[in-house]
Write a protein that binds this ligand. Structure first.
Ligand code: BDP
Length: 721
């Protein structure tokens, strides 16, 4: 096609659709695209309201505020903005703290500012001396930064900004990404390429990605990053690596992001040349104290450690017959004088313990309640097994009132289709956060445990295992970005709805046109349930392939660790399927509050979504739909596949409204997802059929392959191992 024809075609598109043809995009800009506002009226309003921009004060964080406003407003408003230091007499945008800005000081916002704390902000439309100002005010420069991103979000999602009266502060204190990144740049359970930390070139080379990573995190309020894998390498604590850690910390500091590291419990032996890592040994204590002091010489605001101990082969205090509290307190004592925290993980279970894996973390940690030092926070996964597509909430939530517990969510989709399946995780995060623990009567939600309000804890937090890698679009699946975004937004404010978060993200990532926002939102909102249906419906769990965890393998048995097999979890036999966790079984249910037990112990009142998590149910038992359990499973598996096809239709219809590059990528990934969904459905149903001995109901698609064929599939070199 000649250039002339292309131009004419583009012109025609503009004429017909009244908008520019979507441009190709690689996804690098995430939700921070800052393209020209298309709505003419709003554009006029924004230009008028934000005409003059003043950021009063100078500091690294305020410099970042200026840079971001410069870049964002110039893009969104379509012409270069000038940012001044002195509030314009003509009104406009003013950002600062009472200490940095004379105008903000004059506005007398002290009372209002008191309410938003150290990280919160006010965003106000305010008259002063006859002029109209839009004010971003906060107690700290970090608060100004968060307020700035809030304002930008309002513009990006095309809100009216003429009468702003926003008072906003985070509900949890530690809002942290956990990178399971190794020093060789492989990423455990990472599906978006290699680690973004280029350890080899650090500290001399500062990749622009580090800055863009910090901008993205700050825009959703993430204020910490654990750089290294929980399966830790003690080398990161040596001077050679601490120099590199320092370089990253220096980049992130202006963005309000603290750096944390994972501490391998055996480090005193491995890099300290001690004979033991026993937490009660004085030499070990002194070693950690010195090590911590050394870290603070590199990173004066170092956040602290995340620790995986005595879990899946990692060393820990139990190697020396000490408790998890002994281990955590050892590090906590070293960090306390510097203000650092220990995030001690409760993800512990042992193949040699003959009890249900579901019960082991609770059994181990509950008796330790009240024995941790004040700067320890116990990090608990959302469910008791391991980030399955659906898990009931972890019984530790609500069970340790004297200990702050932080949430660990998995953003990377280890068990939800990894880098190629579309699964919007906010509904899953919300499901856990809104679950009622009944710890202090009705309304004692997991969210209230996690934000510290239920038991009045000084520290609180949420960690998300990152899905970020060096793929050009950061997350492999363009919709993986939504999960990073949603995690941050919920860590800031767990009361936000999954729908609203999706709306924001879609508008910022694609466009604000309702003909695009509505179908994409609907698709996202249904997507997690879709994955549950084609992988593990009705409370089934842990049916995935050995090791790589990609694809179905419900037949896995006879491995060295029973708790890593599938048969351990589904317990299918001639009679039925499911794990009896009631009194007649493992009695894991006894770890929940009586109100929760009462609901879940009876198959008639147990929600069907978790039925097989708690009950072994007969193949012919009647389900709520009127079908037998077997038929219901068949319908749910098939429904999952159908829903992927619905997503494909929705997405195909959006061609032209989404730029070609991202449209094509999602389209191809949806085709993979459809193929994988069939694989899951057929492999699982054929396998379970060997027990149920019942036909797949007529009218449903029958499997294409044989069970033997499915059992032979072995996706070698799947990423993330
Ligand atoms: C599991 C992962 C494993 C992690 C472990 C953990 O398969 O790679 O090391 O969790 O959280 O989900 O420690």
């Amino acid at each position: 096609m000649s250039k002339k024809i292309v131009f004419c075609f583009a012109f025609l598109v503009v004429l017909i659709f009244g908008q520019k043809p979507a441009q190709a995009e690689d996804g690098y800009r995430l939700w921070q695209r800052y393209d020209l506002i298309q709505n003419k009226d709003l554009l006029k309003q924004y230009r008028k309201t934000l005409g003059n921009v003043t950021v009063q004060g100078s500091s690294p964080t305020l410099a970042v505020v200026k840079d971001e406003l410069d870049m964002a407003l110039s893009g969104l408003l379509g012409s270069k903005v000038t940012i001044t230091d002195n509030a314009s007499k003509k009104g406009g945008l003013v950002a600062g703290t009472p200490a940095t800005s004379s105008l903000i000081k004059d506005l007398g916002l002290d009372q209002k500012l008191k309410e938003v704390g150290q990280e919160g902000f006010l965003l106000l439309s305010q008259k002063h001396k006859g002029n109209a100002y839009t004010v971003i005010a906060a107690n700290s420069e970090k608060g100004v930064l968060y307020g700035t991103f809030h304002l930008l979000r309002l513009l990006q999602t095309q809100q009216d900004i003429q009468n702003l009266n926003v008072s906003n502060s985070p509900k949890t204190k530690l809002r942290i990404l956990n990178h399971w990144d190794n020093l060789d740049r492989t990423v455990e359970r990472g599906y978006a390429g290699f680690s973004i930390w280029d350890w080899h070139k650090l500290p001399d080379y500062i990749d622009q990605r580090y800055i863009d990573y910090a901008r993205a995190n700050a825009s959703v309020g993430i204020n910490g990053t654990v750089l290294t894998n929980v399966n830790a390498n003690s080398l990161v604590l040596t001077p050679e690596y601490l120099k590199k850690v320092k370089a990253l910390a220096d980049v992130f500091r202006p963005y309000g992001i603290k750096v944390y590291l994972t501490a391998r419990f055996s480090s005193p032996i491995e890099i300290g040349k001690l004979k033991t890592a026993d937490p009660l040994n004085p030499e070990v204590k002194a070693w950690w104290k010195n090590k911590v002091n050394e870290i603070y010489t590199y990173v004066p605001d170092f956040g602290g450690f995340t620790v995986k101990a005595n879990s899946e082969g990692q060393p820990g205090p139990q190697n020396y017959n000490r408790s998890h509290a002994d281990g955590a307190n050892l590090l906590a004592e070293a960090l306390a004088p510097k203000g650092g925290v220990v995030m001690w993980r409760a993800f512990v279970y042992d193949n040699n313990v003959p009890d249900d894996r579901h019960k082991q973390a609770y059994t181990e940690f509950k008796p330790l309640d009240g024995t941790f030092q004040g700067n320890v926070i116990v990090q608990v996964k959302n469910g008791a097994i391991d980030f399955q597509p659906r898990e009931p909430f972890h019984p530790l939530f609500g069970a340790m009132p004297k200990t702050p517990l932080m949430m660990e969510f998995q953003i990377t989709q280890e068990y939800l289709g990894q880098g190629t399946h579309l699964a919007y995780l906010a509904p899953m995060f919300k499901e856990t956060l809104e679950s009622d623990t009944y710890a202090k009567g009705q309304g004692s939600t997991v969210a209230k445990v996690v934000d510290g309000s239920l038991d009045n804890h000084a520290i609180s937090g949420m960690a998300g295992v990152a899905n970020i890698g060096n793929d050009i679009n950061w997350t492999s699946h363009p919709f993986g970005q939504a999960n990073w975004y949603a995690f941050g937004r919920l860590a800031w404010d767990h009361a936000l709805t999954a729908e609203d978060i999706a709306d924001e993200w879609i508008k910022m990532t694609f466009s604000g046109s309702p003909s695009l926002v509505t179908p994409i939102r609907n698709m996202m909102m249904a997507s997690r349930e879709t994955v549950v249906n084609y992988m593990t419906p009705m409370g089934l769990h842990h049916l995935m392939g050995w090791d790589h965890h990609y694809g179905p393998a419900p037949w896995i048995k006879d491995k060295p660790r029973a708790d890593w097999t599938s048969v351990y979890y589904h317990r299918a036999d001639e009679k039925g399927i499911g794990f009896d966790r009631t009194k007649t079984g493992s009695n894991a249910l006894s770890q929940y509050a009586p109100e929760v037990q009462a609901q879940w112990e009876n198959p008639a009142t147990c929600p069907e979504d978790v039925l097989l998590w708690f009950h072994h149910v007969a193949w012919d038992a009647k389900t709520k739909s009127g079908r037998t359990l077997w038929d219901e499973l068949c319908y749910r598996y098939s429904g999952g596949v159908d829903s992927v096809r619905t997503m494909q239709k929705t997405w195909n219809a959006l061609a032209g409204q989404v730029d070609k590059e991202r449209h094509q990528q999602v389209k191809q990934y949806l085709a993979i997802q459809e193929k994988d969904a069939r694989w899951w459905r057929d492999a699982c149903l054929l396998y379970f059929q060997t027990f149920s001995k019942r036909p797949i109901p007529q009218g449903l698609e029958q499997p294409q392959g044989t069970l033997e064929e499915y059992m032979k599939i072995d996706p070698k070199f799947a990423p993330g191992i």
